[in-house]
Ligand binder design. Sequence first.
Ligand code: CO
Length: 461
Amino acid sequence: MKVQFTETVLRDAQQSLIATRLPFEQFESILETINKAGYYSIECWGGATFDSCLRFLNEDPWERLIKIKKKCPDTKLQMLLRGQNLLGYRHYPDDVVKKFVENSVECGIDIIRIFDALNDLTNIKVSLEETIKRGAIASAAISYTTSPVHTIKKFAEMAKEMAKMGAQTICIKDMAGVMSPKEAYDLVSAIKDAIPDTPLVVHTHSTTGLAFMTYLKAVEAGADIIDTAISSMSGGTSQPATETLAYALRQLGYEVDLDDKVLIEVNNHFKPIRDSFLADGTLNPLVMATDTQALNYKIPGGMLSNLISQLTAQKAMDKLDAVLTETPKVRKDLGYPPLVTPMSQMVGVQATYNVLLGERYKTVGKEVKAYCKGEYGKAPGKIDPKVMEKALQGEKPIEGRYADTLEPQFEKTKKELKGIAKNDRDVLSYIAFPQVAEKFFEKRKEKEENEVTYTIEEIKD
Ligand code: CO
């Protein structure tokens, strides 16, 4: 049996370890090597990379993708898409979702992994169908979580429904690294029973130390593809190491297509990069350690590091344990949403309010209010009526799909950005992150003007 690998170093690994701060120039020279490693796919775009490019790295995310594609023509490029949320934190109208998918595929994406934080399938439908229409592979992801309302039977039914919707592969996305080897075995078995012909991907994080065992049992149960990170950027809140899993699985008789020599080169490239992020403090050694607390708190890697930096900024790190205890309580009150973006931030911020203000729901976060209204989709379980009342304050919840209430936005914005946006992709960047994109456009313009001056001077010389 064959096991295939998706390399996450360019997206999830760097997102989980160094808050997505890896600039293109630091990995450009290794792309041609990565392309030869034998990966099933390279996860390199989407998630927080888009926002981070514009906000912190002064890079055009679309340009980054085009440049990666040029250097990696032989391996499928993969992105993570938050369904109707695209790469942002709120729902966008369908015309924007379709345009975004169209442009992503045009710029080089081969596989779009689509998930909805609440597993509300009406939120992944439009992007999934558009992905297929544009000729890319649509991979539908189940946001894995455990709660009284999330059962193996329900997840297997969900997978079947996703396949019916047209998903070419299914992914079990364990963003918190809480899926145990037994749970993985049972869940993969159940999904494989339900849809034996659909390739199944398993995605987890090393946060709790379960990941290697979880992947092993998932593979034993029939998982086809696993997500791993090159060893120097693996472990802790990132994925388990690519090389280690290739080594172990091969010995167990599985066919693994990876080229070990190439992997060494890739790893040698990222080792000094990891060390420099450690040295400048971007990489906190804490996030590389095993933390079994997450088994109780069910907190994904990114969320944990966010909470730590939030509390550090407010000089309230002594409240970390209290916030970590409050988090699952808030989650229960909200009907057990899986703790993935944007629910993880929503629940984290609310738990922080509840602890720091000394009274639960004294302040209800804007996002929690929108969630209770139904702006994120249907909650997996029942929202606590008292919290619901505090959040809505007399307002009525939305019936049906929130995106249906939104006006088309793309053409209108395109007109507004005449003279500022260079192409449709700029318009999409702006719709996704208006202020951030505006600043980026200004800086880009400045840079271009400087470059022109420089060239003229050069000619004079
Ligand atoms: Co992840």
